[in-house]
Design a protein around this ligand. Structure first.
Ligand SMILES: [Zn+2]
Length: 87
């Protein structure tokens, strides 16, 4: 086993939930693809399928433009569960 397997099983969470479209206003969906510093996680870590990764990427970039999620996070602002801040 290679060291990239630390995220255990790869399966697309969006496929599991049978989601066809990802709305940029629905942050609970986007957080599957975001890291705790609001970066877009690569597909090899999240296990998302290509279709949903592309949808999520577009949605995240839209959400950034509308200031729903930040572009960057300062080191001092990093908290344990950042998604509590944006709810
Ligand atoms: Zn999928």
């Amino acid at each position: 086993m290679s060291k990239e397997r630390k995220f255990k099983k790869r399966h697309c969470k969006y496929c599991e939930a049978k989601i066809d479209s990802i709305d940029y206003k629905d942050l609970s969906l986007l957080k599957f693809t975001l890291s705790e510093r609001f970066k877009i996680m690569p597909r090899r870590l999240t296990g998302n399928c290509k279709k949903h990764q592309e949808l999520a990427t577009i949605a995240i970039k839209r959400a950034r433009q509308t200031a729903l999620i930040p572009y960057i996070i300062d080191r001092k602002n990093v908290v344990d569960s950042p998604f509590e801040l944006i709810r």
